[in-house]
Structures are given as C-alpha cells and as structure tokens.
Design a protein. Structure first.
Length: 181
C-alpha cells in the first residue's frame, strides 16, 4: 500500500520538511519547473494564475528538476533567486528533485501512476523529436512544466502536457471546476 499523496515527505526550497498535507483543503497545481528551458517563461503565467486564484484556494507548487537536457543546473538558492528576481514568483517552491528515471521522487512516482495521460499530449512530443531529442515515454513526465492538478480531496484530477500554459482554457476550466468542488 502506497502512502497517500498528502503524506509523502517533501522539502521546501528553504530546506524545511513538509508534505502536501500542509495544503489540506486546497486545490494544488504541481509543476516541475526549470530555469533554462524554452518553457521557462511559463513562470509568468503561473504566477499570474496564482495571484488571481490563491484567495479562492489554489496553491501552485513548483518542483525544480534537472531531468531534461540539464535545464535546471542551479542550487536551490540560485533557483530561488532566479525565480524571485526574474519572475517575481511568490508561489511555494521546493528543493530540486528528480521527476523521472531511477531516482524519481516518490511524489512524482505517485502522480504519474495516478494520471498516466496528459491533457494536450502530442504537439510537445513531436516538437522534441523535431529538435532531435528522445521524449520520455508515457506515463513518465514528458518535459519541464508538466502540470498535475490535485483536488481539495488530495486526489489527482487532471494532468497537463508541458506546453499547456496557465492561461490555456482547458487548464483554467479544470482549475475552476476543482475550486468549485
């Protein structure tokens, strides 16, 4: 029996121990982030969504990962400084983890097992091939900025491909529905 998502040990970017249980009753958008990726500008949209919906119960949780083309090489301090200075990120960030492969963090093992397919899957996978890269096979996380939506009950309700942005109508509708539930 695996632990509920809310019980999996996590570490904040400041080094504090926590779990998703700290966000009980909230809607969570869990995103694996990177500072040197073509998708890095998504930080701006994620921060805008966070500021718009935080009072309604949305938490966006950023998990830096260096799993894809070395696009998150920095230390936790460097990542936090980059996010603050470049995108004025105020949503919670966590210590760098692996989101795929042999060293996958238990949170991401549970997330990918709970939701094996991503909304919007397809274009990003083909784009990566076009750049000569081998996309991570499903159900693994495809690339940086893949998003998992967790309802107030702690269950994964949706998953979005990396190129589905924070202002995409599909993501926004899912967030609205989760907030209303």
């Amino acid at each position: 029996m695996t632990a509920p998502l809310t019980d999996i040990p996590l570490t904040t970017i400041d080094g504090d121990a926590t779990t998703l249980g700290a966000y009980a009753g909230k809607v969570l958008l869990v995103v694996n982030v990177a500072s040197k990726c073509g998708l890095t500008p998504q930080y701006a949209g994620l921060e805008a969504l966070y500021r718009e919906k935080h009072a309604a119960g949305l938490e966006i949780l950023g998990f830096p990962a260096n799993d894809f083309a070395g696009q998150e090489p920095g230390s936790d301090d460097e990542i936090q400084q980059f996010c603050s200075l470049t995108y004025d990120v105020s949503f919670p960030l966590f210590s760098k983890i692996a989101v795929t492969g042999e060293a996958i963090h238990p949170l991401y093992a549970a997330l990918t097992a709970a939701r094996t397919e991503a909304t919007g899957e397809g274009p990003m996978r083909e784009n990566l091939r076009g750049y000569g890269m081998s996309p991570n096979p499903a159900p693994g996380v495809l690339w940086n900025f893949e998003k998992f939506l967790i309802g107030r009950d702690g269950r994964v309700v949706d998953r979005f491909a990396p190129d589905v942005t924070a202002d995409d109508p599909r993501l926004r509708a899912a967030v609205e529905a989760a907030l209303a539930a």
